[in-house]
Write a protein that binds this ligand. Sequence first.
Ligand SMILES: [Zn+2]
Length: 206
Amino acid sequence: MYLVFGKKHETADSLGFSNAKRVNQVHGDVIVTVEEIDNAEGLLNADAIITNLSKTPLLLNTADCIPILLYDSGKQVIAAIHCGWRGVINGISIKTVCKLKDVYGVNIEKINAFLGPSICGDCYDMTAESLLQFSRELLACGYKAIGPKHCMDLKACVKYQLKSIGVKSIWQSRDCTKCLSDTYWSHRYAVQTKSKAGSNCSIITL
Ligand SMILES: [Zn+2]
């Protein structure tokens, strides 16, 4: 297994993965297999890709959302999940793990999860309206008031969700895309500074 969380200057092409499988990420909870991607006419609307095929890289594009990569060494299965605040609420990380179990029979306790660079809890303030959609448990693990700002630590929420279904090995990048906007693309930074927007690529392959 090989994985990479790309920085601003790195693209799927420059990293040597121009053939990577991708989807049109829409903040939903649809999970597709590589076979479904290959059989589709155009880009599928989905936010997670799973496969047990070797030499078949999976690609995510994010700019503040969390790129989540999963690897099960027992069954040799991988997954790539795009997860923003809607992904936390719709539980896409949990649903993807469950699908890995259903489709490939993986042992959830043996899954390795990798959470890539994304916006940190101090940088990610939300409207009260959006916050109301989070469950009490998620607010308890991710919410923090900073002055007048209502902030959420989405990574803490995803870690909580993955642990809740039995994933034991969870690695997380300490890098915040917005704090480190020289290194990574950040949607919030681009909007606030009216600067050029882009996305960071994350890749995993067997
Ligand atoms: Zn930050």
